[in-house]
Each structure stands twice: as structure tokens, then as C-alpha cells.
Write a protein that binds this ligand. Sequence first.
Ligand SMILES: C[S@@+](CC[C@H](N)C(=O)[O-])C[C@H]1O[C@@H](n2cnc3c(N)ncnc32)[C@H](O)[C@@H]1O
Length: 306
Amino acid sequence: MASVTAMESSLFELATRNLTIIDIRSEQEFMANHIINSFNLPFLLLNDRKYELPPRYIKFFVVVCKKELNKVYDWFMKQPFNIEGFLIWEEIRHLPKNNRNDKINNRNDKNAFPFQPCPLLKQEIKFMKSMIENNRDTNIIDLGCGSGRDIIFMAKYFDKSNIIAVDNLPGKITQVRDFAKNYNLSNIIEIQKDIRQAGSLHELFNDYQQSNKNIVDNGLSIVIISRFLCRDIFEEIYKLLNVGGMLCIHSFLTCNIKPKKMKEKIDVEELESVFHIKYGMKILRNNVYIQPDDGRKLSMFLAMKV
Ligand SMILES: C[S@@+](CC[C@H](N)C(=O)[O-])C[C@H]1O[C@@H](n2cnc3c(N)ncnc32)[C@H](O)[C@@H]1O
């Protein structure tokens, strides 16, 4: 066997550690052979599935065919990603490869996503899971779910729960649907609904009552609000939460200049006062997260209905 160059041997080490490697070759090429622990996101789909890539504060490698390198390089240079380097497939000889038919969505390791869920869920998922051991038929709802990173993350951890994705934009709902398909997840329910007005959450459940009685009857076990705020429905959230159910709020704090709209921001004390005193919820976490890329601060608030 040819000797392993210094570069390749260090890459070998990287690949076997927890580093992120995105392979942008076609699915067929990837299925035929790929670096172990790499993720496939074909270049043709990248524009529509950017949200599956790692956030700016995580560096990653891109695997590309020699003939595509210039095009791929140009695309990535125009994007706000943090690329560690490009690996040319034809020149990778010594990295551990895998020619089994394993698409990324068949991975067993639940932490093995190229994208990141919100820091609150990432940090607390094991604790939350321990609190809701039997997740059969429980309901988890993400209000203002966006493209659905938290939804996919929760769907993998709570594989017997109904994961309800709510957003007012039809485009976001389509993204969640595609995202779920890519990860072979069937426990996700997408609902397009404006949920900022008081009464809208009850309305959403009433609309749903006919077709999905179980979902309505079983109440909510986890409510997620991430980088969004819908304080006018806080009371409804409380009412629909089951005893023992948890509320996670990861929202921008008032001390940030951006986003400019004041309605979007919250005080740590505001969450404390609403969900502790008024509703008698037990506060489990109430910290501040500072985004590594721009220094903005967000709540890390987790409370349980008692
Ligand atoms: C900054 S994004 C956050 C997305 C996701 N939760 C995350 O943390 O990545 C805010 C999301 O809230 C949704 N949204 C805004 N106003 C809404 C409303 N009135 N009803 C439902 N969703 C809304 C937006 O469409 C957007 O997808």
C-alpha cells in the first residue's frame, strides 16, 4: 500500500473524529462510495437545502469531483459558510471509505446531523428525553418552526411522538416536508398557520379536531419557540401543555439591537414572571446564550407545568 501522506493521515484522523464532511456529489456516486461519517447533499439541491448545512460557527470540509471543483468553489465563496477545505474525490486515497448503501438518513447516531438544532434543545435534549420516557403518542409542537432543523432533531429523538411543525409561511412548510422526506421521518405533521394572535393556537387545535382527535386529546408534551416570539398565545400554550409538559423558549433578548422589531424580543425576567408566578410553572433553566458569530443574546428558558 502506498504511504499515507501527512495531509491525508491528519484528514484520516479528522474524518474519524466528529468533524463535519459534506459530500456534494450525486446521490448515486455517494452511495457507491464515500468517506465514513460524511453527509451527502448533492450540489444540484444545495440552493434549496442550504438550511441543512452547518451554521457559520462550524467549519466543515466539502467533498467534490475534480471536474466540479471550480463551480462548487465559486458557489460556496458566495455563501456565508465556514469552509475548512475542499477534498477532491479522485485524490482522496487513504481516508476511511464506506461503500455500503447507507444514505445519511439511515444513520443511527442521533447527533450525526450536519445542521444544528437550537442550542437550548441541543443542550437539554437528554434531560428532556429522561423526563418524557414513554413518548408514544405524545405531542411536540414547534411554533414558528422555519425550515425545520429543530423539528428533524426532535423527530429523531422522540421517534414515537407526533412532531407538529407550525409556520405561517407556505415555503417553510414545504421545506419541513422535504427535510422530513430526506431523513425518512414519518412522525412529522406540518401546519401552515399564523399563530401570533390570541386564540390562534386553540383555533389550530379546533381545526385539527375532526381529523386527528388523538392529537387534540393528548395535549402537548413539549412546546418549542426558537428565534421567534408569540407572547399573545402564552396563556393558550399553558392551557394546552400537559402536567409534566415542558416549554422551551430560545428567543432574542431586548438587549440586542437586531432584530429591530421590539415585539420579537423578550426579557429573561419577563419569561420568569409569566411562567413562574402567574401560571405556577417550575422553571428548570433560565440562562442566556450568546451566539458565537454575532454576539446576540437569546434566552435559554425551560419550564415545566406542575
Ligand atoms: C427566525 S425564524 C426561526 C425559525 C426556527 N424556529 C429556528 O430557530 O431556526 C422565525 C420563523 O417564525 C415564522 N413566523 C413569523 N411570524 C409567524 C406567525 N405569525 N405565525 C407563525 N409563524 C411565524 C417565520 O415564518 C419564520 O419561519
